[in-house]
Every structure is written in C-alpha cells, then in structure tokens.
Design a protein around this ligand. Structure first.
Ligand code: LMR
Length: 394
C-alpha cells in the first residue's frame, strides 16, 4: 500500500537543525529553530529544572499511569500561571496536560470540530509555520487576518480589525499570547482591549496560543491577553507550552485549558478533551510535567526559575540591541530598528528568500525562508560577522 504515497518535504524550520549541524564552517550562525541559547551558544538545562529532576529521582516512587489528564498538580500549577488568582476555585476552567503546545493545539482542534465543525478559525498572517498545517490537517476551517506589514515592519492593526468584520458568531480567533512567532510584533495593552471589544461584540471565541510566557515583559505581564479575555468572554481556549520558558523542549510539556460559561458546560468540554486524548495518545508523558509542577510549587525553585526566565528575557533584549547597533554600522542605509521594537525570540530580518539562501550558502547563516531570525543565535562574538554577512547580501 505504501507505494501510492508521495514523499513529503521536510518541515521548513526543523530541517534547519540538520542543515546547520552538517555545515562544517566554523563561523556558521544558527538563527533557525526556536530554542534558547546562552552567550556561549549552548541550550543548557535550567538550574531549577536540574534541581527538580534530582528531587524527582529521589522521591518518585512509581511510574504507574496517571490518566488522560496527566498530573492534576501540574494542571493546577500551569492554570495559575496563566489565569493567576482567577484560576483559584474557578469552576469554569478545565485543564489537561499535553505533549507540548503542539499536542494541546491538536486536542483543541479535535474538541472544536466536535463542538462546531463549521466554525472558522481566524489566524494571523503570518503565523507560526506549523499552525496552519497542524490545525488544517486536523480539519479546522482556517482563514487569515492581516497582521504584519513587512514593508514598514509594523502591525496592520486597522486591517486586522477590518478583516475580522467578516467573521461570524462562534468563529474562533487565534491570538499569540505574547512574543508573536514569527514577527515578534505583539498587541499593545490598548490593542488587546480593542480586540477584546471586537470579540465580545461579534461573539467570537478567543483561542490564545502562548508558548513564550515570560520572554517579552514578564511572566505575569505576558499573560495580560489571557487574563483580559477571561474576564470578558464566556468561552475561550488557551494552549500553553513549557518548551521555552522551562527549556523542556524534547520532554514535551504543554497544557490545554478550556473556559466555559458555567460549571456544567466546563465539565462536559473537559470530558470531551479527555476522550480525545484517550483515543489519540491515551495519556501524556509525565517527566517534564512533574518537573514543572515541582518548580511552581516550591517557593525556592520557583524564585530561581523566575530569575532564570528574567535572565533569558534580558539576553533576548540585549541581543536585539546588539544586532541593531551592529547593522547601523554595517548597513547604514537600511533601517533595522524594528529588531529592537519587537519582543521575544523572533522577528523578521526583512530580506528576501533569495537573500536568505545566499546568507546560508555564502556565509553559513541559517534562518527560516520568511527571514525569521531567532535572536538568541546572536552572540558578542558572532554579531560583527553576522551584520557584515547581512550587509553583503542587501
Ligand atoms: C519554532 O517556531 O522554531 C519552534 O516553535 C519550534 C518548532 O517546533 O517550530
């Protein structure tokens, strides 16, 4: 039966990992996949994570199944991280632990299709490379709303609101909680409020994907959109990833939260999510979730983790400034100031796909074809080489 299958191209982001690894040039620079790197170019395991893992090895007494929800203590902890005090005793929110944020997106898609197969989900143009394949392959109807203007490197906010006038009651709007991937261009507080007004007025369902909480302004500040919407709408969906802010990429730790209008509906939607999980992958991996749960529930580890997140956030900001300054020297005729105006791990460099190819081929500088760069691939050592390479292809 397999002979009828057509080969599939490798994922545009993930294939950069191998391409960069196989490049023998010492001066190569990896601005590709979204993993954090420190000043030495490493992706270390967080100190708080190591300590929690040691604790886990010493104290865990069983690896017996937990159930399709995963670890209830983890679910409570990450729910609080998102919703803060509103999560306390709320009968409207239900959360399941998932294999990464992608697992959460897929389970969410299945539940949406059961609730309203005709709903349209509006996604930003552009959005994370895998949003459209992941949600579209699951069968969700997708439409895009304008979001980013690559000519002016600014938000197309008016066009976004205007295009959402074509949405229908019950449609979903996918918003990035913070650190928009790939543009790094986030909604301001006032813009979140305007989007919330529109969502309420048109009876849309906010679907917030938050994969970089803590990398823009702070763990609480970055949850602004989630908390605002929670206070304003009867129903919402939030997908969350612990890959980046806990550095647990390959351990696959994420969560999916549903907010329903009342307790009875919340219980029903929760039962549907658990059914979807059971019929898809039965139950989530435990290790990373147990680590997160320990960190968030232990005062010392939590404080240490918050320090580490702040360290990572600081480095992301510093590397933006460093590259923008270096480009002012290497390419004085070009405006790269948006690199400093955007937040989180990514922004568009603002070069063409051909220039991206030349950066790769001639200079060993790896970035996604859209010109998305991961700013933590920048170091004090490589920034001058990087800026000169960029200037050479302009
Ligand atoms: C990214 O956008 O680079 C990360 O979220 C990794 C991925 O899975 O694409």
């Amino acid at each position: 039966m397999f002979e009828i299958l057509e080969p599939k191209p490798a994922d545009a982001i993930l294939k950069l990992i191998a391409e960069h690894q196989n490049d023998a040039r010492a001066e190569k620079v990896d601005l590709g996949v979204g993993v954090y790197r420190d000043a030495a170019g490493n992706t270390p395991i967080l100190r708080s994570v190591k300590k929690a893992e040691h604790w886990l090895v010493g104290s865990q007494e069983s690896k017996a199944y937990l159930g399709s929800r995963g670890d209830i203590v983890f679910c409570d902890a990450v729910e609080r991280l998102l919703f803060a005090d509103a999560a306390e005793g709320s009968s409207r929110i239900s959360t399941v632990q998932t294999p990464g944020g992608s697992g959460a997106l897929r389970v969410a898609a299945e539940v949406i299709l059961r609730a309203n197969p005709n709903a349209t989900m509006w996604v930003s143009d552009p959005t994370w490379n895998n949003h459209v394949p992941l949600l579209g392959e699951a069968g969700v109807n997708l439409r895009t709303y304008p979001y980013y203007d690559s000519d002016t490197n600014s938000l197309r906010f008016d066009a976004m609101l205007e295009s959402l006038q074509a949405s229908s009651e019950g449609d979903l709007i996918l918003l990035h909680g913070c650190c928009h991937n790939p543009t790094g261009m986030d909604l301001s507080v006032e813009q979140w409020q305007q989007v919330a007004d529109l969502v309420v007025e048109r009876k849309l369902i906010p679907f917030i994907d938050i994969a970089y909480q803590g990398f823009a302004e702070g763990v609480d500040e970055d949850a602004y959109g989630v908390r605002l919407m929670y206070g304003r709408v009867p129903e919402m969906i939030v997908t969350q990833s612990c890959s980046k802010n806990f550095g647990l990429y390959r351990d696959r730790v994420g969560a999916l939260s549903f907010v329903a209008a009342d307790e009875a509906t919340a219980k029903t939607v929760d039962s549907q999510a658990l059914f979807v999980v059971r019929t898809m992958y039965s139950l989530p991996p435990d290790h990373g979730g147990a680590v997160v749960s320990r960190i968030l529930n232990d005062a010392d580890l939590r404080a240490e983790w918050l320090d580490e997140v702040s360290e990572m956030r600081g480095r992301l900001k510093d590397m933006r400034t460093l590259l923008a300054n270096e480009l002012r020297k290497s390419a004085p005729d070009h405006d790269f100031s948006h690199i400093e105006r955007t937040t989180g791990m990514f922004c568009y460099l603002g070069v063409s796909p051909e220039q991206v190819e030349r950066l790769k081929k001639d200079f060993g500088v790896y970035l996604v074809g859209s010109s998305r760069i991961n700013v933590c691939g920048i170091t004090a050592e490589n920034v001058s080489y990087l800026a000169k390479s960029i200037a050479s292809v302009l």
